[in-house]
Design a protein around this ligand. Sequence first.
Ligand SMILES: *Cc1c(COP(=O)(O)O)cnc(C)c1O
Length: 393
Amino acid sequence: MATQPQKPINFIDLKAQREYLGKKIDNAVMGVVDSCAFVMGPQVREFEAKIAEFAGAKYGLSCANGTDAIVLPLMAWGIGAGDAVFCPSFTFAATAEVIPWTGATGVFVDILEDTYNIDPVKLEEAIEKVVADGKLTPKVVIAVDLFGQAADYPKIRAICDKYNLKLISDSAQGFGCTLNGKHPIEWADAQTTSFFPAKPLGCYGDGGAVITNSEDDWHMMDSIRVHGKAVKNDLEGKNFDHDPKYMNMRIGMNSRLDTIQAAVLLEKIAIFSEEIEKRNVVADRYYEGLKDVCVAPIVIDGGVSNWAQYTIQVPDRDALMAYLRENGVPSAAYYPIPMHVQGPYLDFVNTGYGQLPVTEHMADAVMSLPMHPYMDTETQDYIIAKIREFLSK
Ligand SMILES: *Cc1c(COP(=O)(O)O)cnc(C)c1O
């Protein structure tokens, strides 16, 4: 019988990573403090280049958080009133929240039972429904790489091409995941991520980024993140008798990544591939220890998850969570209330109980276990033993 580890068990252990990185973080932060280049310092551009390179894309654009990262491409593409934007309901609020910010209407789509990601068949049905209704113009699909694994991008891209839609990959959880060796930006027009500390690639506060292969989109988003400032295409071939710095060409926002966060992220992205490998070791160990007693996660064919969450399905989820809590094991239910039944989202299409049966079922059935790259085997064996103990009762 596995005995309870001496140290408290963490759902995500940020301290272990801090120790692993040691003085590198201190030096990175103090370097920015000493330089006083707190906003748009050189580390910001350096990190933007790094994250693009990591994902095999041309351009990276950092911003204040993973929510702004999703709205930036929507704004850059001029999405607004009368447009339909499709997204899953089984996700964190931010994915859906940004759609009404632009004036567009959100359309919720159900998920697949095995991967929890948007169901391409249901996506096409939802698009057909909007087309048949004739009130909205389908414009964008936001796919989410939920719990760390890629959505079915080859199928989703084919649908987007058929209906002439743009595709955003919300990789706030999934950044670093691949499908057939490629990052989601291989298929998406924009891939977005969050550096919230608990995400697989987190900083020491809030932060986000958009990855793109379009130079025009990059400049447009660069303008929008700084109050609609004039950028390349606005200035080309024109002469000004004043500094164009304070020319505002469009309505934008203030959404910059702090230089200190960029400096922290430069250290973290250097070990990120190694961390994804370690996360996969932990995930494999969970799988071997639990596959015969619960529904263990399934990864899409050809996919490598970053295991932002290790999520299982059990018959009596809440009881198991309570039992684990009593035994010193933290767990979490993502997401207990789907977006399509929540009050502020009832203006979307496909809302209310009964509309998205797979999403509604999973909201009651899934739970996520402690997961981070630095989990020791003793701790993990204890967690597995406690789950087995409960499920065999
Ligand atoms: C965390 C998250 C976001 C938002 O990121 P923030 O940095 O907190 O704004 C968006 N989408 C998904 C799927 C997320 O998990």
